[in-house]
Each structure stands twice: as C-alpha cells, then as structure tokens.
Ligand binder design. Structure first.
Ligand code: SAH
Length: 335
C-alpha cells in the first residue's frame, strides 16, 4: 500500500487508529504541542484572530474554527482570551473539525457548545477565522524516489511476515515534473494528496466570505527529502514498527499550501518565535510571572523559551496566514 494509505489507517482506523484510540498529548503521552506547553499560545492566537475580525469590520456572524483540535486546549484558550473583545463571542459560531471520536469527547469537556464536523467543506458559508496547529502534518503523504526522469513510489508491504518498505517500478509523473529541476537521481519527494482540497476549501471560504487562517506547523517552503516520521513516548521510532501506536507525521509543504489557498492571499512564512514575539508574548509572560513563584515560575519561564527560542520550537515551527484580497494580513505576519 502507499504510505498515504498506511498513514491513514494507522492514524484514523476507528478501532485501531492512533488518534482514534487515545489522547496522545502531554508529558505522559507521546508528544506535546504548543497549546499544551502554555496558555499564552492560545491567548495570542485568539487575540490575533480577534484583531483580524475587527480589521475586517467585525462581521456580525462568523465561523470560529479549528482543524484538528487535539484536546481542545487551544480553542479554550482562544475563547477565554477573546471574552473581553466586545461583540466577538456573540458573533462567533465555534466549529471543530475533528476525525477522532475519542478526541471529540476530550474537546467537549473544554469547549462546550461547539459544533463538530468531519471535514472543512462542511463549515457554514460565512466569514471564516480558522486556526490549524499541527493539523496538516498529520495528513497522509506519498513518497516518490527519482529514477531518471521517472519516479518509483515508496510503498509498504510484507516480507517474511514483517512490514517493510519497497519501491514500485518507475513511471513518469506529470504532477512531479516541477521537481525534476531541483532533484537528482535517488532523491525523494513527498506529496500530500488531501492537502489541495482542504486548503482549497479554506482559501475559497476566506476569499469569498472574508476571514483569516493561521496555519502553524513544521515544514518549509519546499518539500524535498524524506520527512516521514514516527514518534512514541517523546522519542523518534521506526514508522513501521508499531502501526497504530505511534504518531506518524510528515513536514508540511508550505509552497503547496500557498498554491492551494488561491484565490485567497497568503502571508510570508514566519517562524513561530518571531510571530509570538510580535504578538506580545514577552509582556504577557511577564504579567503572568508576577503571580508565580518557585517551580511554577521556572516552568512558566521554560515554557516561554520553549515556544520562542530558535533552538527549540521557535524556528522549527512556521506560521502562514491566509487572508482575502483587500484586507490586511493577520497581525504578526507580513504580506
Ligand atoms: N491542534 C492540536 C492537536 C494536533 S494533533 C494541538 O496543537 O494540540 C492532530 C489533530 O488532528 C488531532 O486532533 C487528530 O485527531 C486530528 N486529525 C488528524 N487527521 C485528521 C483529519 N483527516 N481530519 C480531521 N482531524 C484530523
């Protein structure tokens, strides 16, 4: 099977899939995400979206959405931070796009009253203010290895009773022609088959009805090379070793994302640390620090550093904003 089929069944099979059977977040889980590190992340995202809403004339009814909300912590922090923005809550219709029933239940405890959807194309046709943190990296990818001017696909099969990676016979692929100038024989490129439709829907909503999107993830402007990885118990493992029990991800191809959101506009790719500093994470951290002492203060300072330090998450994670023609880019991001 293709890596995409393998990833899809490993992550989302209703009985055995990784996200379908567990809550993987936090110190006791397999990995930790920015909203689980500090409330400041969601607070600043919330104020960024609320300012974008104000900048676009504060539409009286809009969709406040998150794709892949995990535990629901990010949306809960967004909602708490935006309580003080006059009219924002009254106008917001909160929608969570989540495939896992287990995680929907976790989200319901933190975001009561939300509407759950399976896919972004089910979002109401209204102005859309959306965040997706570590969502696109969970979408299944395919990998192709260059062989002359053709490509062999990397596929998962069984050999002597064990899962193993293999290569198909080479075929020329028009969809990968643009990679021929930037690759050599044997190089691997990745594609994300679900990305164009999902990003295209978000872009079309924002272009037609207004709104803003914030996509935060690891990856870069180009996708070259093998970024398929498994994480279990905070350590990188073999993606074939324990299907359904490890998180499987790949880096996000932000150039593909940018192309797919047209006719909406996209901002430049901005490192997460720079974005959070522009939104005021340091003064916010200082305010929160005044109420803390001892270990709690140390943990708070460490969390601030973890989110922003270029050697930690600050540079590895990137932010891309999506916005309509004629509007300002979301705060903290440049056209
Ligand atoms: N944004 C959260 C969680 C990131 S993990 C955080 O920052 O903590 C990825 C999330 O995307 C999980 O909630 C997972 O169940 C969800 N997900 C993965 N693939 C999905 C798909 N195809 N459709 C909808 N949700 C999906």
């Amino acid at each position: 099977m293709t890596l995409a089929d393998y990833m899809s069944v490993c992550l989302l099979d209703p009985d055995h899939g990784y996200y379908a059977t567990r809550d993987p977040f936090g110190a006791a889980g397999d990995f930790i995400t920015a909203p689980e590190i500090s409330q400041m992340f969601g607070e600043l995202i919330g104020l960024c979206l609320a300012q974008a809403w104000l900048d676009q004339g504060a539409p009286a009814s809009f969709v406040l959405a998150e794709a892949g909300p995990g535990r629901g912590t990010l949306m809960a922090d967004i909602l708490r931070a935006t309580k003080a923005v006059p009219g924002f809550h009254a106008a917001a219709r909160v929608h969570l796009v989540e495939a896992s029933a287990t995680l929907r239940a976790a989200q319901a405890t933190r975001v009561p009253g939300a509407v759950w959807l399976d896919r972004v194309d089910q979002l109401p046709a209204l102005p859309l203010f959306l965040v997706a943190n570590e969502f696109f990296d969970a979408l299944p990818i395919r990998q192709f290895q260059r062989a002359g001017d053709a490509w062999r696909e990397r596929v998962v099969g069984l050999k002597d009773g064990a899962l193993t990676l293999g290569l198909t016979t080479p075929v020329p692929l028009a969809a990968l022609a643009h990679h021929l100038s930037e690759t050599r024989d044997g190089d691997i490129v990745e594609t994300c088959p679900a990305l164009p439709a999902i990003a295209g829907t978000i872009g079309a909503r924002i272009a037609t009805h207004g709104g803003a999107g914030l996509v935060i993830d690891y990856g870069d402007w180009t996708s070259l090379g093998d970024t398929f990885q498994a994480v279990q118990g905070h350590a990188v493992t073999d993606p074939l070793a324990a299907p359904g029990q490890a998180d499987l991800t790949a880096h996000v191809d932000f150039a593909a994302l940018a192309a797919a959101v047209a006719p909406a506009r996209h901002t430049r790719l901005t490192p997460q640390g720079v974005f959070l500093e522009r939104l005021g994470i340091t003064p916010r951290a200082q305010t929160l620090a005044t109420g803390l002492q001892g270990e709690a203060l140390e943990a708070h300072v460490a969390a601030h550093r973890r989110l922003t330090d270029p050697a930690l998450m600050g540079d590895h994670f990137k932010v891309m904003g999506i916005y309509p023609h004629g509007a300002a880019p979301p705060p903290g991001l440049n056209a």
